[in-house]
Design a protein around this ligand. Sequence first.
Ligand SMILES: [Zn+2]
Length: 385
Amino acid sequence: MPIITADYIYLPEGFAANHFLEVDDTGKIIDLGPITSEIQAAQSLNGVLIPGFVNTHCHLELSMMKGVIPRGTGMTGFILGIVSQRGKYSEAAQTEAVTLALQEAWDSGTVAIGDICNGPVSINPKKVFPQLYCHSFIELLGLNGSQANDILNKGRVLANQFMALPHSLTLHAPYSMSQELITATHQTHPSLISVHLLESAEEREIFETGTGPFTEFYKKIGIPFEGFSTSSPIDYVLNEAPVNQPIISVHNTEMTQEEIEDLAKKFPHLYFALCPRANQYIHGTHPDPNKFLRIMDRVCLGTDSLASNDSLDMLEEIKALWRKNTWMTTHSLVKWATTNGAKAMRLSDKFGTFTIGTRPGVNLLKNLDLREIQLTEDAKIEKYY
Ligand SMILES: [Zn+2]
């Protein structure tokens, strides 16, 4: 069994020097620990060995729209762009784009993805690429309360098509769902839900004042809008969720620190997924890690889709956060992208740490400033398993 060492090995509590990792040919962790005189390492590597990345938020089915929607459209402009482009691609082109995206994610060191699905196009690519674990979130949306049951039933039909793959029904976002549909979704008792929450200032505005770009947007797509029953998008979409519900709250860019801490307290299995490059792409905004300082163990990362990102490379998400927040340690950022992501997706028994008997992926994070274990612009991932 190959025994490898590096300058440091990632452990959830810190980077450990003078440690080894023993991995079999299938990527299974056989052993790890401090180097003793009996340990004969086959390879000694420059950098930090870290587990595979867990990308908690993606839309693989939008992969064919890479570079199609212009940057800086804002939330409603972006959704209109997606809606207007969606029907323009053949099934073969969509399938090919998903297949390439899976390969790209895998090659850049990702081992698991939380993937939002509105249709069946990703099913076959996921089946032929089983080495990359995907949890498919079957997304429900619709503002007309009288259609809630129909929408739920269509979601169930789609979920059946995903039967052989890990999946659950999920919420889209507060601004796109009727109260009836939200209630119906919670009543299905999903194993895990994901919800886009407070991604934009427009979302806050439509809930608090009933005005802003969303009113124009509803008009354009022909949805009669009568206002929401509450001024808080968070209350609107999560009030009926059981407190033990595992939840991934995605984006959170416009959430206040108080809202973040209240949510973390109310839902012990809720994790906050940050998608810095997608926020930059759509809104020109950036999530503020300072708001999460008291709940650092509840933050994870996602790339969002190739419609709002240049790649599905999780190291690039880490770098995007680090560039604007150089006070953040490399260890915290890696933890968000690995251990916390696995916890968010309820996959800690498979991924996120070097645990004996698991196959969490083995990446070498290299080209660091090793005196301080700081990231650099040249930092790179070399995938071992
Ligand atoms: Zn998304």
